[in-house]
Design a protein around this ligand. Structure first.
Ligand code: TTP
Ligand code: MN
Ligand code: MN
Ligand code: MN
Length: 362
């Protein structure tokens, strides 16, 4: 599991949670190609294939040098035959013919466009594509009944497909802080997701909220939503109550990235004086509330990246016989929950070196 470059050897462990992956990617030519194939597999509901491409891309993201020859890949983990073929193609021809024909196919283009609508997943997009719907006009004219999320997604399609900047995330953070502290003084609010990993843009803004007195946080999301709604700051919101019960949901549940926190998937109406005529733009915002006793797990679970999270859960299960979720860590051998009040403690429980958020960009 080593890569050679001018007699320097780098050790690349096989689980993404065992290694550091900064945003400084030296192999975007390969990782873009592999990510396109992963995306295509996700659009085709081929999850196993998608994860294999994601893992291969993540290994290349973690390399401290640019790969220029296939021999440098010898001994690296997670590079299956298919991924190696794609990399070889890119080295020799500058592009992968498979990737090129995939991303220029009518199907890929249409599915990407349709899943770019907030509220539309791969299955819905595929059903529509099979009915001949390939663009937004055809969808609007199709007579399909769209749900509330999809209507909002269509209405704000352009805005929601524009990257959210760090400055916009901070402006929304100020509003969220004001709302939360107004309805429940003493609450803590942190920016999670990609921005916590140091990304300078994102597809949305993720906030995690808690209160030092366990129980005080119950019902907080709906109060915050009322506060925001009263001020005309929300274009769309869907609340979900907390449905987590340790006794039922803990160890018995298969590891999954869907958690059961009280939450709101929303679209903010962010004031932007510089946008002419309108003076605002739409931004996707996720608000999640965690009890303080689960906060460290929630922070770890909501920081991402998605592959890093997936790998943490896989490591926990396969190597440590533990079940990790955004709520808790359960030791299947000792038959007990392992408590933690910080991310560092969770890494220690898992027998992993602590990886800071900025190095979780797998
Ligand atoms: P995202 O907001 O989807 O991704 P991101 O912030 O890493 O990237 P982007 O800049 O494109 O927004 O998800 C953030 C994290 O939240 C991700 O690690 C997965 C986690 N998550 C859950 O734990 N539970 C959920 O139900 C969802 C939707 C996400
Ligand atoms: Mn570097
Ligand atoms: Mn995000
Ligand atoms: Mn999100």
């Amino acid at each position: 599991q080593k890569v050679k470059e001018e007699s320097v050897e780098f050790l690349i462990p096989s689980y993404a949670c065992q290694r550091r992956t900064s945003l400084d990617n030296h192999n975007t030519n390969f990782t873009d190609a592999l990510s396109h194939l992963a995306e295509n597999a996700e659009l085709n509901n081929e999850d196993g294939r998608a994860v294999a491409f994601r893992r291969a891309a993540a290994v290349l993201k973690a390399l401290p040098v640019k790969v220029t020859s296939i021999t440098q890949l010898r001994g690296l983990p997670c590079l299956g035959e298919h991924s190696q073929r794609v990399i070889k193609d890119v080295i020799e021809n500058g592009v992968s013919s498979e990737v090129e024909s995939t991303i220029h196919s009518e199907r890929f283009k249409a599915l990407k466009l349709l899943t770019g609508i907030f509220g539309v997943g791969a299955k819905t997009a595929d059903r529509w594509f099979k009915e001949g719907i390939q663009n937004l006009t055809q969808l609007a004219n199709s007579g399909h009944d769209l749900n509330r999320a999809q209507q909002a997604g269509l209405e704000h399609y352009y805005d929601l497909n524009q990257p959210v900047t760090k400055a916009e995330a901070e402006a929304i953070g100020d509003i969220v802080k004001k709302a939360v502290l107004d309805v429940l003084p003493g609450s803590e609010i942190i920016l999670t997701g990609g921005f916590r990993r140091g990304k300078i843009t994102g597809h949305d803004v993720d906030f995690l909220i808690t209160h030092p007195d366990e129980g005080k946080e119950v019902g907080l999301v709906s109060k915050v939503v009322s506060w925001l709604t009263a001020r005309g700051l929300l274009l769309y919101q869907k609340n979900t109550r907390n449905s987590y019960l340790e006794s039922e949901d803990g160890p018995a549940q298969p590891p999954s990235n869907m958690d059961r926190f009280e939450r709101c998937f929303s679209i903010f109406k962010l004031e932007k004086k510089e946008i002419p005529n309108r003076n605002w733009r739409a931004v996707r915002v996720d608000l999640v509330v965690s009890p303080i006793s689960q906060f460290a797990f929630a922070v770890l679970g909501w920081t991402g990246s998605k592959l890093f999270e997936r790998e943490l859960r896989r490591w926990a299960g396969q190597v440590k016989s533990m079940s990790l979720s955004s709520h808790a860590l359960y030791d299947n051998k000792q038959c007990k929950y392992l408590r933690a009040t910080s991310e560092e403690e969770i890494f220690t429980h898992l027998g992993l070196e602590f990886i800071p958020p900025s190095e979780r960009n797998a």
